[in-house]
Design a binder for this molecule. Sequence first.
Ligand code: DGY
Length: 436
Amino acid sequence: MMDDRAGDMRSRAQEIMRLNDRGTYTVPTSGLYPFQWNWDSCLSALGFAHFDEARAWTEIDTLFAHQWEDGMVPHIVFHREDDGYFPGPDVWRTGRMTPTPTPTTGITQPPVAGFCIRRLVDRAADRALAETRARALLPQIHAWHKWFYRHRDPQGTGLVAILHPWESGRDNSIDWDAPLERVSPEGVEPFTRKDTTHADPAHRPTQGQYERYIRLVQHFRDLDWDNARLHDASPFRVVDPGFNAILVRSCTDLAALADDLGEAEIAARSREFATRGLAAMESLWSEARGQYLCHDRATGRAIDSPSIGGLLPVFAAIPAPRAAALAARIAHLGEGAEYMVPSHDPAAPEFDSLRYWRGPVWLIVNYMIADGLARAGHGVQADRIVGDSLRLIRESGFAEYYDTHTAEPCGGSTFTWTAAIVIEFLTPISRPGDTA
Ligand code: DGY
């Protein structure tokens, strides 16, 4: 039974989701992010499912209606014109590639869709609806996964690379500092940022980072968004353990769902991707750090940066000793952080408690880490993360992210996926023995 405080928090979360609902898709928050974002939408569907299952499926269907012919699912769908956001469709110029007249960006985002639809089906009250919608999405999500292994792992290593910091979802992580430094901003077209008119500039990426973000977009645009060429041509090619863990988890979940729905070929292929991805993940382990590290594919070297990207692999079925080591690392971080989980180790010199992905806490990552820890039998750490997340909401509302020491709300407010994750957290999380 939910107490009054939890009931109020849940009603407020639901209200925020309705506030940001644009009918067939949801904006992360109005003003700062006025379109549909890929992983925001999929994770937000988990929240919708608690009070409107059909609406949850529509969120994901709308995203996949904009999947490119080659299988890529774009990171933003620009459903409406809005000059309050930069960079808009006039910068991306992907027109030839998009399946509908609605413009999209030309890069992708963490592939949480496979994980999300399995969760929607597992918990569905309307089983018939869930199976129909999942059956339609299954080949589309599978095509996206195949796209990753074809175009982002051309050497067949089992690990995919991101080609733009925005693809990781962790835009200005300290992980990208060195590889992004190699992207010369020379030739970048003049531009005016809009994000800093909606959010405190101290919470956002720097101008130098934005110049490089845009320079990379121009670079890919010059290659006609031809994914067969982008990987090898990109000056930024990084293997992110967190991103790969999300892909592996989604492949595993898609395999299980495909089995249930009698799609044997999708099941077998997805399982193969997951097995290879998990085996290859081992090459990213750092004994010295007690966590996984990013790998710079352009230089062939590890990026020695203790970020949350190296903790996220617990979301996939990594070997038990690795999960235990990550649980210990998380417990250690918990000694120095008031609210878990900081997006970067607070003891690192580059840590910044307010600036986007360089230190603040994000509820969506907390959700995935807590889910993985609980499944691996580390319930104490999982419970601490869930408890800290709900304390953040009580103290600072439904922000985009939070200062790990002070709970100061950062970035945008009335944030959709924060609200969705709160609804999830107010519902018991999976434990060992639940569907694996
Ligand atoms: C932004 O505009 O800040 C987004 O994170 C890019 O996806």
